[in-house]
Design a protein around this ligand. Sequence first.
Ligand code: SAH
Length: 275
Amino acid sequence: MNKPKDPTDRPSARFPASLHQAKPAAAKARPELLRPQRLLHEAARDARLLSTPSGLGLDNPAVRERMVQRLRGEGVRSEPVLQAMLRVPRHRFVDSALAAQAYEDTSLPIGLGQTISKPSVVARMLEWLFLGESARGHGHLGRVLEIGTGCGYQTALLAEVAQQVVSIERLRALHDVAVRQLAGLQTPRCELLYGDGMLGHPLRAPYDSIVAAAGGEDLPQAWLQQLAVGGRLIAPARAADGRGQVLVVVDRTPQGFRRTLGEAVQFVPLKSGIS
Ligand code: SAH
C-alpha cells in the first residue's frame, strides 16, 4: 500500500481535538464511546424498552431538531452537516420495529450483520470532510465517493452537501434496499453501485471527498489514487501503533499525502468481493 511518508502519520493537532482527546485508559473503560456499530441483541433489547420519548410522531421535524441540538451540544459545528441532519429522516432507513430509536445516538442493525452508524459518528466524519481544503474553498463536498452504502442514510446526507455522490455496497440485498429508499425520498445526485468498494470507482475519479463506513487493515491503494489533489479522505483503519481500529484522515496535497490518525473506533470490517 502507498504508505504516506509524511511525518504527520500520528495523532496531531490538525485532527479534531474531540477525536483524539480520549486517553487509551478512558477508551478502555468506555468502549462504546465512538462505537458506530453494536450487537443485534443489544439493539433489539433496547427497542423493547424504548418508546418515542416525547410522544411526537417520527415525521415531526421537532424530533430531528432535538437530535441536532444534542449534536451541537457535543461540539458539532458544521452548519451544512447539521442542516442535512435536520432534513434527512433517519427513521425511514431502519426497520419499523427499531424506528423509535432512530434519533437516539446509537447504531442500529440493518440486516445481514451490518449496522447504520450512530448519528454522532456520522456527523463528525462529515464535519471532518468539510474541513478539507477543497470543501473549505467550495462550501460543499464536491464529488464524493462513499464506500459502504448500507441502508443509504449517510448517502442521503451526503447528497444534501455534495455536488455528486457515488456510493458502493458489496451486499446485493442492502444495495437494493438503499436504491429503494433513496428513490422513495427522491434523493438527487446519487449513483448507487453494487460492487467491491475496495476498488473505488475509477470512472468518476478524481473525488474531492472519500468516506468509508467499513474498516480494514489499511487504506486501499485505489482510494488514494482516486482522491483529487486538495481532496480529503476519512476512513477507519488499523493503526500501526497497536491501538486497533482508528479514524484516519488523508489529505492529498500537490506534494503528496498527509495522513492524520484519530481515536479508536469500531466499524464493521471492510471485505473484498461481493455477495
Ligand atoms: N453508512 C452506512 C453504514 C453501513 S455499515 C449506513 O448509513 O447505513 C458498512 C457497510 O459497508 C456494510 O453495509 C458493508 O456491507 C459495507 N462494506 C464492507 N466492505 C465493503 C466493500 N469492500 N465495498 C462496499 N461495501 C462494503
